[in-house]
Write a protein that binds this ligand. Structure first.
Ligand SMILES: [Zn+2]
Ligand SMILES: [Zn+2]
Length: 105
């Protein structure tokens, strides 16, 4: 399995973003974390895995509740944009386009 290019620690990516916004950088709960591929869907998931475009999410941010990526398209897009930015730091726009066919930025 490829390493995530999105995060170093095993913690919820979105809980960490929220915490950072309120100035908290201490430890977060690691209970019940699930792995989420930034670009999901059958074909994209494989490419996501290859490039390490994946994050850990808590259940509330993954599948259940109004702020879950698989429920809330805005949150989904926020992660996709973060993913594309990170990808382009390491690769290029051209490579992104040939992998995913669409520019989200
Ligand atoms: Zn979370
Ligand atoms: Zn997911």
């Amino acid at each position: 399995m490829a390493k995530s290019i999105m995060q170093k620690n095993k913690e919820c990516y979105l809980c960490r973003k929220q915490a950072a916004r309120s100035g908290y950088y201490g430890p977060l709960s690691t209970a019940g974390l699930e792995q989420h591929h930034i670009m999901h869907g059958t074909a994209n998931r494989k490419i996501s895995e290859k490039y390490g475009l994946k994050v850990w999410l808590c259940i509330r941010h993954h599948r259940e509740g109004p702020e879950a990526v698989h429920v809330n398209r805005n949150i989904d897009l926020e992660l996709i944009k973060d993913g594309q930015r990170k990808f382009e730091e390491l690769h290029s726009r051209d490579e992104w386009m040939s992998a995913f066919m669409k520019n989200y930025l």
